[in-house]
Design a protein around this ligand. Structure first.
Ligand SMILES: Nc1nc2c(ncn2[C@@H]2O[C@H](COP(=O)(O)OP(=O)(O)OP(=O)(O)O)[C@@H](O)[C@H]2O)c(=O)[nH]1
Length: 448
């Protein structure tokens, strides 16, 4: 009776959702139940005789062998997890319950496919990590790098790109691009894919099998390397802001990404879009708080911060710096004669010209009205600053083409303070430069 019950049970192991495997002392499968085919992709007759360890994902082999040894030493394990490579190359996550049967000289194990649970956990973690990244990053490049790392852990990629639509022209610009060759310029396929996804608002999966989606000229450019890309739109509740692109490499296999992986990326893309949009808003607000709206130059607050930093650098390196206070002459007259809009235009033009008089690393700021300041770092001698002052007088004296065919020139009174000669803190330097500017204006008035 007992014997027939045992054989009845044996016949019905095929009904189990979990797979039953028996492995001999040499590590070969000697029995596998029917569920193995669903989990591992191999028919039972294919699996029998195979070395168990050859099916284990390479990264998990050492751990798995150690666990097998411990089970054979008489320590059953009911919660061992590892990854297997299915016959079709996909990874499955398995939870094992196993023990050694001394009488049969077999390791008897029950395998449960926990891939779906693992993926759900990974997805939840990814969503959480992206929202954390949104809070932890204080600029867009830092956010892109973090998102690259988070998504790269979920979907292995040789290349990663974020392309964003311009606010005004909706043109797609690559804001972040990393690929395996270290090339700084986006691959032509990436550009095409970005435009395609941005235009249609639909995800696109490019694999060797769907390569014909590419225009013929690009198919040739794609070359010998296997084409393998996923492109998904980045959309927030306010609309589409750009595109996220992933380029597969060896890790994604020669056949490229799958529909499932595209779904995964699409699923997290909303969270990514929200994080980027948030950062864009924050960056814009910060810019507005630190810059003058009319000229887009740093405002008084940012000027103070920059001067503080420049002074600290000069003190550290025992170098010199110059501070220039610039006030336009008779600017009120321009407003009165030609209107406020014309005055605005002139102020914008003056701002541009001042920027061209100094290096990119120097600061030109607008304090308000017709008052500008320039911080010149690493001036070597007073003559350097005098040269800049001279240049400013020259560029302002060149006619500025304004609206309605109007052409005007400007003049300015300029005061210069040198560090360390005229002060050792920013208050002293500002006071000195302001007084020097005032004195220059007085001289001008007295000389007519
Ligand atoms: N168009 C325009 N005018 C501005 C702006 N801000 C301030 N102003 C004007 O700039 C003028 C500055 O006047 P003043 O300080 O007397 O300067 P000024 O006429 O150059 O006089 P001096 O410096 O003594 O030569 C005022 O008429 C302000 O109304 C602005 O953003 N746009």
């Amino acid at each position: 009776m007992e014997k027939s019950l045992a054989s009845t049970i044996a016949r019905f192991t095929d009904l189990l959702m979990d797979a039953v495997c028996m492995v001999d002392a040499d590590g070969r499968f000697v029995f596998v139940s029917a569920a193995c085919e669903r989990i591992f992709g191999y028919a039972p007759q294919e699996m029998i005789g195979m070395q168990m360890i050859n099916l284990v994902a390479p990264a998990d082999r050492e751990r798995t062998l150690a666990a097998a040894r411990s089970i054979m030493d008489g320590q059953p394990n009911s919660r061992f997890e590892n990854r297997y490579v299915r016959k079709d190359g996909k990874i499955v996550h398995i939870m094992w319950s196993a023990r050694w049967s001394e009488a049969d000289q077999l390791r008897v194990a029950v395998a449960r496919d926990v891939t779906a649970t693992k993926q759900a956990e990974a997805m939840q973690y990814t969503l959480y990590a992206i929202s954390e990244a949104a809070h932890a990053s204080d600029n867009l490049p830092a956010l892109f790098e973090r998102i690259h790392g988070i998504i790269g852990a979920m979907l292995p990629a040789a290349g990663f790109a974020v392309a964003l639509r311009g606010e005004l022209d909706e043109c797609l610009q690559f804001a972040y691009y990393v690929n395996a060759n270290g090339s700084a310029a986006p691959h032509p396929v990436a550009r095409w894919l970005g435009e395609e996804v941005s235009r249609s608002g639909q995800p696109v999966l490019l694999t060797p099998a769907t390569m014909t989606l590419l225009p013929p000229a690009l198919q040739a450019t794609a070359g010998l390397a296997p084409v393998c890309w996923i492109g998904v739109p980045l959309a927030t509740t306010h609309g589409r802001i750009g595109v996220l692109l992933l380029q597969g490499g060896e890790a994604s296999g020669l056949s490229g990404y799958t529909d499932q992986e595209q779904e995964l990326l699409l699923f997290v893309s909303n969270q990514v879009a929200t994080a980027i949009h948030r950062q864009q808003l924050y960056t814009r607000l910060r810019f507005m708080a630190q810059h003058d709206e009319l000229t887009q130059l740093p405002n008084r607050r940012l000027f103070h911060d920059r001067l503080q930093m420049a002074l600290a650098r000069a003190q550290r390196h025992q170098s010199e710096l110059a501070l220039l206070f610039i006030d336009l002459n008779k600017f009120k007259q321009i407003n009165d004669d030609h209107g406020h809009a014309c005055g605005d235009q002139l102020l914008r033009e003056v701002a541009q010209r001042l920027k061209h008089c100094v290096r990119e690393s120097d600061t030109v700021a607008r304090l308000g009205g017709d008052e500008f300041v320039v911080i010149v770092e690493e001036v070597l001698v007073a003559a350097d600053a005098r040269q800049i002052v001279e240049k400013i007088h020259q560029v302002l004296a060149m006619p500025m083409a304004l609206a309605d065919g109007l052409s005007l020139t400007a003049t300015a009174s300029i005061g210069v303070a040198h560090y360390p000669e005229h002060g050792s803190d920013i208050a002293q330097l500002i006071r000195y430069a302001d007084q020097a500017m005032y004195a220059a204006k007085q001289t001008l008035e007295h000389t007519g």
